[in-house]
Design a binder for this molecule. Structure first.
Ligand SMILES: C[S@@+](CC[C@H](N)C(=O)[O-])C[C@H]1O[C@@H](n2cnc3c(N)ncnc32)[C@H](O)[C@@H]1O
Length: 293
């Protein structure tokens, strides 16, 4: 069996019939910097046509564009960010985020940090961490372009986040993961189960260490753009069994988390996660956890 068939067969067992798609391009309007009506008109006059994404508050599909959406004056002024539709979901799941202390544990290049800051109206504090210096530079540029004034970024492994000596009300773990085939033509040839298991181990370490920095009643949103259950449902099943966390109900685009993983039955509560198979958006997984109290 080819590696491609091996993975496609796994997806079938999880309930999805493989379709080779490329997701639509999407942008997110930074509401602190611009009014949608005015921006849509300005962009239309420059040959960029956007259409609101029904399941997102500030997300728009790029329907057509005569210019690169990353090179317009409006983009350079921070009026909008280029951000995949599914990637816009995690930050939107936190409740009452204004004025809070937020940890963005794996932050670079900052798509979600900027979104969090926008949702917070630049109030409170966001601490963004990443281990990759080059990507951290991109994060700083992103924050500057979008006029973010409540965020700082550190080159730090989030598994050492306790050295910050801070407790956070909200923590986003947009975890490093194996990605999926919609973003990489060679994904099936490049990836092995060994890589996936290694990522799952790192993700559990991130979950454990970040959970230690969470305030009582605090919320964690965990996300990946992987389709592999080892990095998703199996990690969430592990988190509820081993960390002081429970899974919250969420109301967002996507299907229920899968709880029958190749014959292994997981805790029913894992159905509260959301799994997004590739379609209009890239593949994605998201789960909201709260500290047990
Ligand atoms: C999925 S990307 C994050 C994307 C980002 N949240 C955004 O929306 O633009 C995962 C990031 O985790 C970073 N990373 C990997 N291991 C890490 C660790 N131990 N601590 C913190 N960041 C890590 C990678 O360098 C990468 O930038």
């Amino acid at each position: 069996m080819s590696k491609r068939d091996f993975f496609i067969n796994r997806y079938k067992q999880l309930g999805w019939n493989f379709v080779n798609i490329r997701p639509n391009q999407a942008v997110r309007i930074n509401r602190n910097n611009s009014e949608p009506k005015e921006l849509l008109l300005r962009l239309k006059n420059s040959g960029v046509q956007l259409e609101q994404i029904p399941f997102l508050k500030n997300g728009y599909w790029v329907i057509q564009s005569k210019v690169s959406v990353g090179a317009t004056a409006e983009y350079l002024l921070g009026f909008y960010s280029i951000q995949g539709a599914a990637s816009q979901i995690p930050a939107s799941l936190f409740t009452k985020i204004r004025g809070r202390k937020v940890l963005d544990a794996c932050a670079a290049p900052g798509g979600k940090t900027v979104q969090l800051a926008d949702l917070m109206g630049n109030t409170g504090l966001i601490v963004g961490l990443d281990v990759n210096k080059r990507r951290l530079r991109a994060l700083s540029n992103h924050l500057e372009r979008c006029h973010i004034s409540n965020s700082i970024a550190y080159l730090l492994d989030a598994r050492q986040s306790s050295v910050l000596n801070l407790k956070f009300d909200r923590i986003l773990i947009d975890a490093p993961c194996s990605g999926n085939f919609t973003m990489d033509k060679n994904w099936f040839n490049r990836r092995t189960i060994k890589d996936i298991k290694q990522n799952a181990k790192l993700q559990r370490e991130l979950l454990r260490n970040c959970a230690n920095c969470l305030e009582d009643h605090g919320e964690i949103v965990y996300s990946t753009c992987s389709l592999e259950p080892e990095e998703n449902e199996l990690n969430m099943d592990w988190a509820v069994a081993n960390l002081n966390l429970k899974i919250e109900k969420i109301d967002c685009y996507g299907e229920k988390g899968v709880i029958n993983i190749f014959g292994k039955k997981l805790n029913n509560i894992v159905t509260r996660c959301r799994r997004i198979w590739p379609g209009k958006t890239q593949g994605f997984f998201v789960c909201k956890l709260r500290k047990k109290w």
